[in-house]
Write a protein that binds this ligand. Structure first.
Ligand code: ADP
Ligand code: ZN
Ligand code: ZN
Length: 746
């Protein structure tokens, strides 16, 4: 590149520092300019209060609101070149859209080591390979060095060479390597640790693609014919209909054009099998980004994606912030999944950011789901997304319908009623596996006194404490407080304390005693704390011997369990009458996902759903006509009730230990906002403040204020004003508050 003249040095740098304040802080440049001149995206260390922090240049200007003489200089610049521009764009977009501080957004969206000031560099390793001289028949100088000759012979068997670690593991030494290198027989190369092309061999397919069925082919062609341009599609296909196969073949087409694919999967979906399936298919490196990585691994993966070396990046929510040198497609699997929404700090939705990002890059976007969110369905119906359907399973059997089973007046054992237990027995006797879904971990939802009706409650939350048996204790699932089991009722002294209801542990115990001849595997957050515990259990289940699986939604999603033919839902009622307007949608998605575990291979499946509300119209619609029919109905109800996706919401949450401070601030904020809305003539409704559904949580009082509008721009104007107002109020310093744009839970 020809030497371009350095841009003139700006007089002021607007720096985003990791702080909740929604503003930049002005500094003067330090004496030494970075090699490419001052630009947005360079990390700098700056004095901030009494500390020195890592911030980022966001603006280069010549003016400041402060006299220039009062500005302090930045302490130093950490980068020679700015961090990737596409990443910076997305962070700016997210900060603006979610009304969050840019400094904090950047901080959250970069790997930990970059936050600490490390360089954006990949770690490397050494690879040794044979030179042309070393490939000769009888290379000279080895007659009296038998180990060197053996080492050379070994390396000759590896056309792509071997990394030092692998060589040393064969009890060869560095001295022997160096000796061979001095003789010119082997050569040493440095290569990045992550996504190194040499390690993977030739690009192309490792495992052949499956011949697509008609629907899959139509879906693939629809995306494939327009790889240049923003082109959002909803891939709406029943569980097991081969959506993943469509993703894989789309990625193949994208990487053949030397572009990169970014694939998002839900937290629960990034299993070793998913990763293995991608790695089996492609010879190209697949980089995985998830919470289990070390800081170094995360930085390596980030660098591999940013440099363009990693053609395929697979990750959970935060992977949407992975920079890409040559973006080619973004795929969001299970786009309806709740784990895409970040619930604290920068409250972003990774699927929604994926839409913005694909639009920005002008690339196709594929949102896949068996049970699409009402947001995405509405956009598909409206024509904003192309609606691609996969209605048939690759295996022989259509997904099973839900059979509602009336719980009323029936004796339950471990949550199950006798006819259901009978069906379990028959299924096991036929040599099949049974999955029992119960969305409550622990032994029982609470412990109760039979004499006076006392129930174990958390001192810090408006919630009951869950009874656990392994180990025995009471735990609050909202704040993690734990307590020893009481010997007697704290109210009346009675010793007649009994578990109330069933959780996974109790159902497991009951099933183990009813069916001692088969193993019972419990799968929930408690039983899978140990790394690999889940994989070990699933590996055993996949061997196919009759067994019982008891689990929470951990088990309900994503896993392919070919030998399960009966699914039992212990209680379907949780979402039916909840106050949150999305509860029904989410619970229908979960039920359909659970049902999708049944009959995925050779045998048809059955799904028994226990409920106290067999006449509930929504539940009946789901059971009789499936998720799509229910979703259609729910969309109509949302339209009538003027709720999302037909309206846009933002939720202000306020919390503090002191209830009066929260209530006072909430009242003032609502009043000020209403006045502002009136002055500006905005069509924004301001609802509340009202106590949060769980008023007291973690010993803090929670209050909320809802903003609703037909037009997003007006909602944003009101939200931005409210946030600025709160930042300026002294009372707001004693209250923790946040604005959640497009809240997913109320
Ligand atoms: P989904 O992602 O929709 O749940 P998958 O892609 O995991 O579905 O496919 C489910 C099963 O069907 C897998 O075992 C897969 O190998 C198989 N499958 C998918 N597409 C085809 C096809 N075209 N021909 C044969 N089998 C297929
Ligand atoms: Zn009592
Ligand atoms: Zn609690």
């Amino acid at each position: 590149m020809p030497d371009s003249p350095c841009p003139p040095v700006p007089r002021v740098l607007g720096v985003a520092v990791p702080s909740p304040l929604r503003r930049l802080f002005d500094y003067r440049p330090c004496r030494e300019s970075p090699p490419g001149g001052w630009q947005p995206g360079l990390r700098v260390t700056v004095p901030f209060g009494r500390r020195e922090v890592v911030g980022m240049v966001a603006e280069c200007r010549d003016e400041s609101e402060l006299p220039l003489s009062r500005l302090r200089p930045v302490a130093g610049c950490l980068d020679d070149t700015p961090l990737p521009a596409d990443w910076l764009w997305l962070c700016r977009f997210a900060a603006r859209y979610y009304q969050h501080a840019l400094g904090d957004t950047l901080h959250q969206a970069m790997p930990g080591l970059l936050r600490q000031g490390r360089a954006l560099e990949a770690r490397t390793r050494e690879r040794w390979s044979v030179t042309a001289a070393g490939r000769q028949e009888a290379p000279p100088g080895l007659a009296r060095a038998p180990r060197q000759a053996e080492l050379l012979a070994m390396l000759r068997q590896h056309p792509h060479g071997l990394v030092s670690q692998a060589i040393l593991a064969q009890s060869f030494s560095r001295d022997q390597l160096r000796a061979l290198a001095d003789k010119g027989l082997v050569a040493r190369h440095e290569e990045p640790l992550a996504a190194s092309p040499a390690a993977e061999g030739d690009a192309g397919l490792a495992e052949p693609a499956l011949p697509l069925n008609r629907e899959q082919a139509v879906a693939l062609a629809a995306v494939h014919e327009r790889l240049d341009g923003f082109h959002p599609c909803l891939l709406h296909g029943v569980t097991g209909s081969g959506k993943t196969e469509v993703y894989l073949q789309l990625i193949e087409a994208v990487i053949a054009r030397h572009r990169q694919a970014l694939v998002l999967v839900p937290e629960i979906g990034l299993t070793p099998q998913t990763l293995a399936r991608f790695r089996r298919r492609f010879r190209a490196p697949v980089v995985a980004l998830h919470s289990g990585l070390t800081d170094h691994e995360r930085l390596d993966a980030w660098e591999a994606a940013a440099s363009g070396r990693a053609p395929i990046v697979l990750g959970t929510r935060s992977a949407i912030f992975t920079p890409l040198a040559h973006p080619g497609v973004i795929i969001v699997d299970e786009e309806h999944d709740g784990s895409y929404k970040q619930q604290d700090g920068l409250r972003y939705h990774a699927r929604d950011l994926a839409v913005a990002r694909a639009h920005h890059h002008r690339i196709p976007l594929l949102l896949g789901s068996a049970t699409p969110s009402l947001e995405s369905l509405q956009r598909a119906q409206h024509g904003d997304y192309r609606h691609l359907r996969l209605t048939r399973r690759a295996s022989r059997h259509a997904p099973a319908r839900l059979e509602l089973v009336d719980l009323r007046g029936r004796r339950r054992q471990g949550g199950l009623i006798p006819p259901v237990i009978e069906t379990v027995r028959e299924t096991l006797a036929a040599g099949h596996q049974v999955l029992v879904f119960i969305n409550r971990r622990g032994f029982a939802p609470t412990l109760a006194c039979h004499a006076c009706g006392w129930m174990a409650e958390c001192d810090h939350c408006d919630a009951r404490m869950t009874l656990h048996r392994q180990p025995p204790l009471l735990a609050c699932h909202h704040c993690d407080r734990r307590r020893a089991l009481p010997d007697a009722c704290p109210e009346c002294g009675s010793v007649d304390l009994r578990p109330l209801g069933s959780g996974t542990e109790r159902t497991e115990e009951t099933l183990a005693s009813l069916f001692p001849e088969v193993p019972v595997h419990r799968i929930d957050r408690d039983s899978t704390r140990r790394r690999d515990a889940l994989e070990q259990m699933l590996a055993e289940v996949r061997r196919g011997d009759p067994c019982l699986l008891v689990g929470t939604q951990m088990l309900a999603k994503g896993h392919h369990l070919p030998h399960v033919t009966l699914v039992v839902v212990v209680n379907a009622d949780a979402g039916l009458y909840a106050s949150d307007f999305r509860a029904l949608e989410h619970s229908a998605q979960l039920l359909e996902q659970v049902a999708g575990r049944a009959g995925r291979a050779a045998h048809p499946g059955r799904v028994l759903v226990q409920t106290l509300h067999t006449d509930d119209p929504h539940l009946r619609l789901l059971a009789e006509r499936g998720y799509d029919a229910l979703a259609g109905q729910l969309l109509e109800e949302r339209r009538a009730a003027r709720l999302p996706p037909f309206r846009f919401l933002a939720l202000l949450r306020l919390e503090a230990p002191d209830e009066t401070a929260v209530v006072a601030l909430g009242g003032l904020a609502a009043e000020a906002l209403r006045q502002r809305i009136g002055e500006r003539g905005l069509a924004v409704d301001c609802l509340g403040p009202v106590p949060a559904p769980m008023e007291r949580r973690q010993n803090r009082y929670h209050l909320q204020l809802m903003l609703a509008a037909d037009r997003r721009s007006q909602l944003h104007e009101a939200g931005a004003w409210l946030v600025a107002w709160l930042e300026g109020r002294p009372e707001a310093r004693r209250v923790r508050w946040s604005l959640d744009i497009d809240p997913q839970t109320l």
